[in-house]
Design a protein around this ligand. Structure first.
Ligand SMILES: N[C@@H](CCC(=O)N[C@@H](CS)C(=O)NCC(=O)O)C(=O)O
Length: 203
């Protein structure tokens, strides 16, 4: 299996899941520039990571990739406890992270796509940080009485881990979000997470 990954990107979530389900993989490291080359766009017209190639099967979109990897190894139970309700709970958090929370970071990563006048970039960034802070409060509350977003470890957790790393990098205020902080510590202590970071972001 091949995973296309960009340093610091949401594709780290897929690397973590590859580690958790113990599938051998190769990382293809790309940059924002590579993503716009005709060769890459032929593979993924969206020009984004992650992109997964499994033999002759190619799939983009993070939610689809995470679900695919988890489905290949149902014994790892990364999509809930096997019940329709368990899976729905995992998908609920994954959808929220991928659409709302991830989307709210876009003005911080690529402000030029949202605002032509750089003079307003600070206002845009500050509004984005406030929006993200609200989302992180919801996530922190969800973690108040559990170790993971749902009753057991799932594909939603590596996505949240990526988001919490972004929040630090982009200076989103994190004061008081102690459940989220503990969640990050748990993830950093996990050997699969450590291997995924080493594979994707070698120093
Ligand atoms: N809808 C896509 C979005 C993925 C996405 O935004 N990836 C970012 C990295 S986290 C990316 O490739 N950005 C490159 C760019 O937008 O130029 C998905 O969920 O997989």
């Amino acid at each position: 299996m091949k995973l296309y990954h960009m340093r610091g990107a949401c594709s780290l979530a897929d690397l973590i899941v590859l580690e958790w389900v113990d599938i051998p993989y190769d990382v293809v490291r790309v940059t924002r520039d590579t993503l716009q080359t005709p060769e890459y766009l032929a593979r993924n017209p969206g020009g984004t990571v992650p992109l997964l190639e499994d033999g002759d099967f190619r799939i983009s979109e993070n939610v689809a990739i995470l679900e695919y990897l988890a489905d290949l190894h149902p014994e790892a139970r990364l999509l809930g406890d096997g019940s329709a309700r368990g899976r729905a709970q995992v998908m609920r958090w994954l959808a929220f992270l991928n659409s709302d929370v991830h989307g709210a970071f876009k003005p911080l990563f690529t402000p030029e796509r949202f605002i032509a006048d750089a003079a307003f970039a600070d206002m845009l960034a500050s509004a984005a940080r406030q929006r993200i802070r609200k989302y992180l409060e919801m996530l922190d509350a969800q973690l108040a009485h559990r170790d993971w977003l749902t009753a057991q470890r799932s594909v939603a957790d590596p996505y949240l881990f990526v988001i919490s790393r972004w929040a630090i990098r982009k200076e989103v205020p994190l004061h008081g979000l102690r459940h989220l902080a503990r969640f990050s510590e748990r993830m950093y202590a996990d050997q699969g997470v450590q291997r995924a970071i080493a594979a994707g972001e070698p120093s």
